[in-house]
Design a protein around this ligand. Structure first.
Ligand code: NAD
Length: 297
């Protein structure tokens, strides 16, 4: 079997067109464009690349987008002040804190300070809780993008066994939660594997849908995949490559060449999950702007 390579960019483009249309309607109705503010500490090269992608997507769909760069050594109190200022500014609909944050900042404290209505990353405990009880407001962009892509490639989760590798708050846990909800669009059986899981391959071989989000280069080899499974590779890992101009290349958590021989569908890295994440941020920003408009009327 040779897997269909899932074109994340094409799926993201399709979703983007619908968002552009909805943003345009929002602007006509409320005479203001949805607006997103990203707060970043320092200019970490990987964060900068993600920020640039977000900016491009926002520009294309008509969302106002601004990044506030603060020095890396900004004290926690000053960052909290910056978050509060954005919470109070009614012209700002969505606020996102660029991770990773430096060690002197308590990440959870900052996330909890964001107005949950403006928390388009969906990391505020109130939004996490709403998702868990099946009443989602904002859900994290990466799992939301994967969920949408599964539907669009004809691999609806209902009745399937999804195995997720990685238990981060960013990807693994929210992915698991979305898949197990008792709704027509979800309703999967799910297994979550992590560093404490003995015999990872035993579990991955049972997956109809395998989602790798471990941040370990090429951890999942073809012989760990059930024939015909849909494989979603979330990982983005830089590995040394003297033959490349940059001295490195990006690989996923899945060994692409062996996986494509076994899987029925597979996301590439790059060009798979990444574009979906950015477009979902635009979707959540529009949703936050709608919530703001509803609370005013
Ligand atoms: P993380 O480091 O916060 O979490 C990784 C998880 O994987 C941990 O829970 C850990 O228990 C688990 N893990 C690590 N090694 C394992 C192993 N050998 N066996 C089983 N479990 C293992 O990472 P994250 O933020 O969830 O990101 C994961 C990967 O996805 C990274 O490569 C990151 O760069 C990438 N990522 C991509 C996007 C995107 O848009 N494409 C978005 C977010 C994250």
């Amino acid at each position: 079997m040779s897997a269909v390579i899932i074109d994340g960019r094409a799926i993201a483009d399709e979703i983007e067109r619908a968002i552009r249309h909805d943003v345009s309607n929002y602007c006509s109705l409320y005479n203001i464009a949805p607006s997103l503010v990203v707060i970043a500490l320092g200019k970490d090269p990987r964060s900068m690349s993600y920020i640039r992608q977000k900016t491009r997507v926002c520009a294309r769909v008509g969302i106002r987008d601004r990044t506030i760069f603060l020095p890396l050594e900004t004290p926690e109190e000053d960052l909290l002040d910056a978050v509060c200022a954005m919470n109070e500014d009614s012209s700002v609909h969505a606020v996102l804190i660029q991770e990773p944050l430096p060690k002197h900042i308590a990440s959870l404290k900052i996330l909890q300070a964001i107005d949950p209505i403006k928390d388009v990353d969906g990391f505020h405990p109130e939004n996490v809780g709403l998702s868990v009880v099946g009443a989602p407001r904002h859900e994290p962009c990466t799992p939301k993008g994967i969920f949408e892509a599964l539907h669009r490639i004809g691999c609806a989760p209902a009745g399937r066994h999804a195995v997720i590798v990685g238990r981060s708050n960013l990807v693994g846990k929210p992915m698991m939660n979305m898949l197990i909800q008792k709704t027509e669009r979800a309703n999967a059986t799910a297994t979550l594997c992590h560093t404490g899981t003995p015999d990872l391959a035993f579990h991955t071989r049972q997956a109809d849908i395998l989602i790798a989000a471990a941040g370990r280069p090429e951890l999942i080899k073809g012989d760990m995949i059930k024939p015909g499974a849909a494989v979603i590779d979330v990982g983005i890992n830089a590995v040394d490559d003297p033959s490349s101009k940059k001295g490195y290349r990006l690989v996923g958590d899945v060994h692409f060449e062996s996986a494509r021989e076994v899987a029925s569908a597979l996301t590439p890295v790059p060009g798979g999950v990444g574009p979906l994440t950015c477009v979902m941020l635009a979707s959540n920003t529009l949703a936050a702007a709608r919530l703001a408009a509803e609370s005013r009327s």
